[in-house]
Design a protein around this ligand. Structure first.
Ligand SMILES: Cc1cc2nc3c(=O)[nH]c(=O)nc-3n(C[C@H](O)[C@H](O)[C@H](O)COP(=O)(O)OP(=O)(O)OC[C@H]3O[C@@H](n4cnc5c(N)ncnc54)[C@H](O)[C@@H]3O)c2cc1C
Length: 408
């Protein structure tokens, strides 16, 4: 990987989080040359290892990562999710999703974000001739001209390419520079993440329990541990996160019960404030957005990065196909094709996660009744459950090649 040299390239990617790293890898695999810019070097501890979260990787996302050669390195530590149990704090009903209802494959795998970033970086290193990482570099200005766009970094360095891709997260600077507006909703909730050891095995069952302050998810990890994502009203979350381990474990146990036996928090603990951020367009003149820069959603369904990977798969397919046909990668036709492929899926998931959050994160009596009835009803209709499982696995609808496990 070259450092900071100004060379001819097919695309500049701003942001080397999970979405930017995967976009760079997919484009390089497709034969394109890219510069990947981040304010923090992803190869350093601060860039790669400060994220203690885990991610539920769906079946189609796993296929994409496998095709790009980034799955093998994380596979031995990835724990499969075979079943999911959804319950509400007051309702006697619960939903039980069994992976066998939709085939033999696990519904997903839980993977550490740090391990995934390391694996993506390793694969990128093998594409050193096609990918240059420029870090630290902060986007300062954007100029569009005939045939290309130029991104200027805060140190004055300029990067020109036919298209500039914004993978710079929910507060995307490129989105602002390109004049793409956003709709934002502050959920006034935050998620506490931690790792929990438990007395009894999880049998690869993921638990999601809805409480008035927000959902608590326990997701299976190796060695009789689970990843905790405990969502609460922000004020409460900030307080709970500061509790000593014994008090934190007891407070968690009180909320989720003792099906896993005694719960012991292992740390480290981090708090993530939650908001919904949806860009009004995926593309602008010579600019396209990917991942959280286009849509940052509530983690209630563990789908944010999976949605981002569906962007990556569509964008990489559109750009590599255009390149093979000798088309201008930043032309309005090419970028509109990307937007057309992504809008419906994104808006569906935005509406679903936002609706679920509003329905479940409260203690209003009529909504409690609707929730209870809803859980009971869905549990009894196999076709509903199958569709929900396929959606969680990311296998519904017509998929780009990478999500089907095919090369670009
Ligand atoms: C608690 C929690 C649990 C979650 N669990 C799941 C899950 O189980 N499954 C799932 O699919 N998703 C999950 N998600 C969502 C997932 O984590 C995000 O969708 C994903 O991390 C977004 O990655 P990204 O690369 O798009 O953005 P980011 O991770 O925000 O990366 C953006 C990058 O851009 C860089 N950057 C920003 N601005 C600039 C600038 N001006 N100049 C240069 N660089 C810049 C940043 O340094 C950063 O490296 C969860 C989210 C939360 C909060």
């Amino acid at each position: 990987m070259r450092n900071g040299t100004a060379t001819a390239r097919d695309a500049v990617i701003l942001g080397a989080g999970l979405s930017g790293l995967t976009t760079a890898l997919a484009l390089a695999e497709g034969g394109l040359t890219v510069s990947l810019v981040d304010q923090i070097d992803p190869r350093t501890a601060a860039g790669g290892q400060s994220d203690v979260r885990t991610t539920a990787i769906s079946l189609s996302s796993r296929r994409l990562l496998t095709t790009l050669g980034a799955w093998d390195a994380v596979a031995s530590d990835a724990e499969p999710i075979l079943d999911i149990r959804v319950s509400d704090f007051e309702s006697p009903f619960y939903l039980h999703y069994d992976h066998r209802a939709a085939g033999d494959e696990p519904m997903g795998h839980i993977v550490g974000n740090t391990a995934l970033k390391a694996s993506l970086l390793d694969r990128l290193a093998a594409h050193g001739d096609r990918v240059s990482i420029i870090a630290p570099g902060i986007a300062a200005a954007l100029r569009r001209q005939a045939g290309g766009a130029t991104l200027t970094l805060d140190d004055g360095q300029t990067l020109t390419a036919p298209v500039i891709l914004g993978a710079d997260g929910r507060r995307s600077r490129l989105r602002d520079l390109a004049g793409i507006r956003v709709t934002t909703t502050d959920y006034r909730q935050s998620s506490i993440v931690d790792t929990i050891a438990h007395e009894r095995p999880h049998h690869n069952l993921a638990h999601e329990r809805f409480l008035p302050g927000g959902p608590i998810a326990l997701l299976p990890l190796r060695h009789q541990r689970s990843a905790l994502v405990w969502t609460e009203r922000t004020k409460v979350a900030n307080h709970i996160a500061q509790l000593d381990d014994a008090t934190f474990g007891a407070a968690l146990q009180e909320r989720v019960g003792d099906s896993l036996g005694r719960l012991t928090p292992l740390g480290p603990r981090q708090v993530y404030p939650l908001s919904l951020v949806v860009a009004e367009a995926y593309v602008a003149e010579r600019v396209a957005l990917v991942g959280d820069a286009a849509h940052a959603i509530h983690p209630i369904a563990g789908q944010g990065f999976n949605l981002g990977l569906r962007d990556v798969a569509a964008l990489a397919e559109v750009l590599t196909d255009a390149s093979r046909l000798g088309l201008d990668l930043g032309s309005a036709t090419v970028l509109r094709d990307y937007q057309r492929r992504r809008r419906f899926d994104t808006m569906t998931l935005v509406a679903a996660t936002d609706g679920l959050t509003r329905l479940f994160s409260n203690d209003i009596a009529p909504l409690r009744t609707v929730r209870g009835l809803g859980l009971g009803l869905v549990e009894r209709i196999p076709a509903f459950k199958r569709a929900a499982i396929r959606h969680a696995m990311g296998t519904l609808g017509s998929l780009p090649r990478l999500l089907r496990g095919e090369p670009l």
